[in-house]
Design a protein around this ligand. Structure first.
Ligand code: BGC
Length: 459
């Protein structure tokens, strides 16, 4: 758990970094009732009184269900290699066990074609948190049937789009669903099961394994999971704080990476929880090699021992003196470098090329703006995290891609429209899109990097 940059890897010549920008269906699509869409746990969540900070419902927001051509134009103008977006399970399969929704598949299909025509590769996230409500009623990710239902949905998607989509993320950030969704209830489905939430980790990983199998069987391109990683910093060198930090590292990072990259769960015995519901063959499936390993990184986490009466054995503490984002998240690019080095140290040759699936920051910005927003703090955040990525690449780590979260200001889950992560400002009442200064900066950064590479290749 050190923050030392990795030192001993042999530098090798890496392909130029690919560039990407990301969104997720529920956060941008709006239009909840359009085209036969079904109901997801996020529809339930936004209707729970007080659950969303500003009471917003994700409507209209960017209204990308209708305005997707504008999003593609913005991605094209940025010059990204790929556009990462998620599909809505409840649009594709509005009712579990019933036929797929052609209208939704056709709409996603047109979007894929438009991206390909414009020279931007579609990078599809199959699951970004919007579980069908009907599955949650049967236990959601606590229930072993959910990963198999997911695999059926994935088969539908691959049948419809697999001839053109070559890059797939299976599950986005299972840790967020387990810890925030099922353990403490900050995200949908708002359950507060504490360690009783842990079976959801295994079922999401099983869903990853099954989805990967579907994509492999169809011969349909490259696939991997995308996990959120944090650099865990013990509050002090005291044994209690070191032990608490280790538990947090285990729950946040290793619980989700070890099974994928090592084929085994870390030892959870210190938590005093029942064994995970692992059946024969599950781990072999979960650890089948992927084409890449997705890493979302936002901030480091400082962890100390909890008070004696706490139901959980750690406490998350502020990092004194660290600059913070609008969310109050500490800004520390060295944390990204530490995460990348730690992955290489822990998983060695089992680690496929890393794709940074999300990195970005929210800062306070007006809801309406008639002029360009000069978001210097976001530019600084991204530039410094990109430096960390470049430093890790110079150390020989195979980091293939960098993705900014997010293309657009969007519905920031339980925080509603109060946190803005976009390179493009969105007026959430009119859905008007206005690029910020960070959008031009990122466009220029991509162009400069390409020019530099071409000059190098020509030399
Ligand atoms: C999620 C995004 C979210 C972002 C900022 C990530 O954990 O994948 O959906 O908007 O963090 O909170």
């Amino acid at each position: 758990m050190t923050d030392d940059p990795p030192g001993s890897r042999r530098p090798r010549r890496l392909a130029p970094l690919r560039w990407s920008v990301a969104t997720a269906a529920f956060q941008i699509e709006g239009a909840r009732h359009a085209d036969g869409r079904g109901r997801s746990i996020w529809d339930d969540f936004v209707e729970m009184p007080g659950a969303v900070l500003d009471g917003s419902t994700a409507e209209p927001g960017p209204d990308s269900w209708h305005r997707w051509r504008e999003d593609i134009a913005l991605a094209v103008e940025l010059g990204v290699d790929r556009y990462r977006f998620s599909l809505s399970w409840v649009r594709v399969r509005p009712e579990h066990g019933r036929p797929a929704n052609r209208a939704a598949l056709d709409r996603y299909s047109r979007m894929v074609d438009a991206l390909l025509d414009a020279g931007v590769a579609p990078f599809v996230t199959l699951y970004h948190w919007d579980l069908p409500s009907v599955l949650e009623e049967h236990g959601g990710w606590l229930d072993r049937r959910t990963p198999f239902a997911f695999a059926e949905y994935v088969q539908t998607v691959v049948d419809a789009l697999g001839d053109r989509v070559a890059d797939w993320y299976t599950i986005n950030e299972p840790v967020s669903t387990t810890l925030q969704g099922y353990a403490i209830g900050e995200l949908a489905p708002a359950r507060t099961l504490l360690f009783g939430a842990l079976p959801t980790a295994h079922h999401q990983l099983l869903a990853h394994g099954l989805a990967q199998q579907v994509i492999r069987s169809a011969g349909s391109g490259r696939v991997g999971i995308v996990n959120n990683h944090t650099a865990v910093r013990p509050a002090s060198a005291r044994d209690e704080d070191l032990a608490a930090a280790e538990v947090y590292d285990l729950l946040h990072n290793r619980l989700f990476a070890d099974p994928v990259l090592r084929g085994e769960y870390p030892d959870l015995s210190m938590l005093g929880v029942p064994d995970l519901p692992v059946e024969d063959g599950d781990l072999a499936l979960i650890s089948r090699p992927s084409d890449f390993y997705g890493v979302n990184y936002y901030n480091p986490t400082r962890v100390g021992a909890a008070a004696p009466d706490s139901p959980i054995p750690f406490e998350i503490l502020p990092i004194e003196g660290a600059p913070t984002t609008g969310f109050g998240w500490p800004i520390d690019p060295q944390g990204l470098r530490a995460v990348l080095g730690q992955l290489a140290d822990r998983y060695g040759d089992a680690l496929p090329p890393i794709v940074i699936g999300e990195n970005g920051a929210s800062f306070p910005e007006p809801d309406h703006s008639s002029h360009t927003i000069h978001d210097a703090e976001r530019i600084d955040y991204l530039a410094r995290h990109l430096d960390a990525v470049e430093a890790a690449r110079n150390d020989g780590l195979d980091i293939a891609e960098f993705t900014v979260w997010s293309l657009l200001d969007n519905f920031e889950w339980a925080d509603g429209f109060t946190q803005r992560f976009g390179l493009v400002h969105v007026d959430h009442n009119t859905s008007l899109r206005t690029p910020k200064a960070s959008y031009s900066w990122f466009r220029d950064r991509i162009a400069a990097s390409r020019a530099q590479h071409e000059a190098g290749a020509g030399a």
